[in-house]
Design a protein around this ligand. Structure first.
Ligand code: HGY
Ligand code: MN
Ligand code: MN
Ligand code: MN
Length: 408
């Protein structure tokens, strides 16, 4: 089973024929099909398959109880109409890198595992990295049980419907204590490697980032008979806040996105009573992020006061800056940078604004990330792409890293 054949098998799962994007949401049929694909890859390679208390899938070579395991992998779920590479490239490359290592006849001196972390994107229940957050103890069982999707289906009900026990979820410190290093390969979500002309890069840090929900409450009324001066229209405040977010982020060199909205009653001929908007904002450092988010909220409150609108702002999630483990990062650089090796890849080190399971785990175990060039930088879109040669360069780089870490 080669990279190509694995990729070809996975590609059609959960793909929308209308948009060409992926709709692989946690605990849905598409998720189950991705999980079945993962299990098959593990069985085809004679790996020991297990699914942990939080629904994350693991494929082991060697005895997990031996400890100091080297783990690689990523996630298979997607954002709504996401691209083919964000997540799956890391999982497929992990199996392909293991195949490559087996072809090199190396001797593993440590256990090796490939992992598929569940619900990394948070597309269905609104919180990213649920599988890894639960495992790392960054999300309590109570918080997880309160998560519901757009149809009001709770996370526990969704897990049960998929055949998983929602009462089994929780922190898994023993599992993490058996891991010596986690390395996640991921398609770059930006153009740094395209601009530097390199196929592969190493992550230095993940920007601090969070999600805030803005509830603008006004007064429902008739769109045709209500004078403008008599309106308390929450949509107006929402629109002004979106523009304020762009101004604040631009000024600070950060990013801010209102990418999701819900409107009640959501009628063409009705002035809304409630407009709910979700802000995703990220910046290279905490102080800048705090300034941007405070500036957006201040502007929103001024608009709300001016239009007689009630505004509630709720921070729904937050991930502080992640500085990847320096020693592990430098070790990857030595392995790939040709210190004694013959790959002699010039491997740039780059930061990212995208969150990852590696970022969640970095507080508990040494973690590192490899990025594979994305020629347009576009991600979270059906247009996401990576050249075949770069994907294979990523597999070779991951195989070199795993050999260096687990095959001394
Ligand atoms: O939102 C993110 O940065 C990640 O793709 N979950
Ligand atoms: Mn993503
Ligand atoms: Mn991802
Ligand atoms: Mn260093």
């Amino acid at each position: 089973m080669t990279f190509h054949s694995m990729w070809a098998e996975l590609l059609p799962i959960g793909r929308s024929s209308a948009s060409g994007g992926y709709r692989r949401y946690a605990w849905t049929a598409a998720d189950a099909d991705c999980r079945a694909w993962f299990t098959q890859q593990a069985e085809d390679r004679g790996l020991v398959y297990e699914v942990d208390r939080n629904g994350n899938q693991w494929a082991w070579l060697g005895d997990p109880a031996a400890g100091d395991a080297v783990v690689t992998g990523s996630h298979l779920d997607s954002v709504p109409d996401g691209g083919a590479f964000d997540g799956p490239l890391g999982v497929v490359s992990s199996f392909a890198a293991l195949d490559e290592l087996r072809g090199r006849n190396v001797q593993f001196t440590k256990p090796l595992a490939i992992v598929n972390f569940g619900d990394e994107e948070g597309a269905r229940f609104g919180l990213a990295c649920v599988g890894s957050r639960l495992t790392a103890g960054q999300l309590t069982v109570e918080q997880a049980h309160r998560l519901t999707d757009g149809d009001g289906v709770s996370l526990p009900r969704a897990m049960e419907a998929a055949g998983y026990d929602p009462d089994a979820i929780g922190p898994d410190p023993e599992r993490l204590d058996r891991i010596g290093a986690f390395v996640e390969l991921h398609v770059e979500q930006g153009r740094a490697l395209d601009l530097s002309g390199d196929p592969v890069g190493i992550a230095s840090a993940i920007w601090p980032h969070g999600r805030w929900r803005y509830d603008f409450r006004g007064e429902a009324n008739h769109a045709g008979t209500t004078r403008l001066v008599d309106r308390r229209d929450p949509m107006l405040c929402y629109a002004e806040t979106v523009l304020a977010a762009r101004r604040e982020a631009q000024f600070a060199g950060a990013v801010a996105t209102f990418g999701k909205i819900s409107v009640e009653p959501n009628g063409v001929n009705a002035i809304p009573s409630l407009v709910r908007g979700w802000l995703d904002s990220r910046a290279a450092d905490q102080e800048t992020l705090d300034t941007v988010v405070a500036g957006i909220e201040k502007a929103a409150r001024e608009y709300a006061d001016a239009h007689g609108i009630d505004l509630d702002v709720v921070r729904e999630s937050f991930t502080p800056v992640v500085e990847f483990d320096h020693a592990l990062r430098d070790e990857l650089g030595d392995i790939l940078g040709g210190a004694g090796g013959d790959t002699a890849l010039k491997v740039p080190v780059l930061g990212t604004g995208a969150g990852h399971d590696a970022g969640i785990l970095s507080g508990r175990i040494p973690t590192a990330m490899l990025f594979v060039r994305n020629p347009t930088g576009v991600s979270h879109s059906p247009a996401e792409s990576a050249a075949e040669d770069d994907c294979l360069a990523g597999v070779r780089a991951l195989a070199d890293v795993l050999e260096g870490l687990a095959c001394r």
